[in-house]
Design a protein around this ligand. Sequence first.
Ligand code: CA
Length: 249
Amino acid sequence: MSRVLIVEDEEHLAFGLKLNLEAEGFAVEIEEDGQAALNRLTATTTSFDVVLLDVMLPGLDGFEVVRRLREAGRFVPVLLLTARAHADDVLAGFEAGADDYLAKPFDLSILLARLHGLLRRQSWLHSSEQTGHADSLDEFQFAGKRIDFREQVLHWDGTEQPLTLMEATLLRYLIKRESQTVSRSVLLEEVWGVRQDTDTRTVDNFIARLRRYLEAEPAHPKHLQTVRGVGYRFVAEPAQSDTNPDTAD
Ligand code: CA
């Protein structure tokens, strides 16, 4: 049974969600303010499979909760609930380390689809070895870096950079299609599981973050290349001349 923590201060909304998710077979708990949620999620005794995190909270807001959670090295999947799907809010959420977002008000069916999507990607990321899934890739090394997809950690020169679920999933998707250009809309559908009506800057924002981890010069990426007007591609061993200055978009 998957365990969900709902972080929401509007009691009727939190309780309604709890009932609905319990009816769908989830084990659900509620926290009503940001600091309490952060304490709960960083305690060693609790583990949740996914967090539904409202942005507007007393104490710490949702952005700050997820930022501090990631800083504490906790990478439980987080679905942010935003009052409106402002592009700025969405980007701030992903920048803080959220894995997905949903604008309020939302249909229960859509929330369930997103939750199952996050749980499925989580289990897919962690279980490929056992299942021998065709998409299996537990580890990848290039340019002095090693990515451990099972642990969601990037290693280089004795440094460890934890990756969020979506960072790891996006990176693995591109690495498995090395040298192939993939469009933003395909990435949104295949990696995030969402249709094109979602702002495609989500993809750009994630690519920018991955470049900061992976590239010696993020402004001149050699591995995570932009293909103008088309999308992105991963190249493990670029040719010397193969720089990619086109990062403006
Ligand atoms: Ca709220």
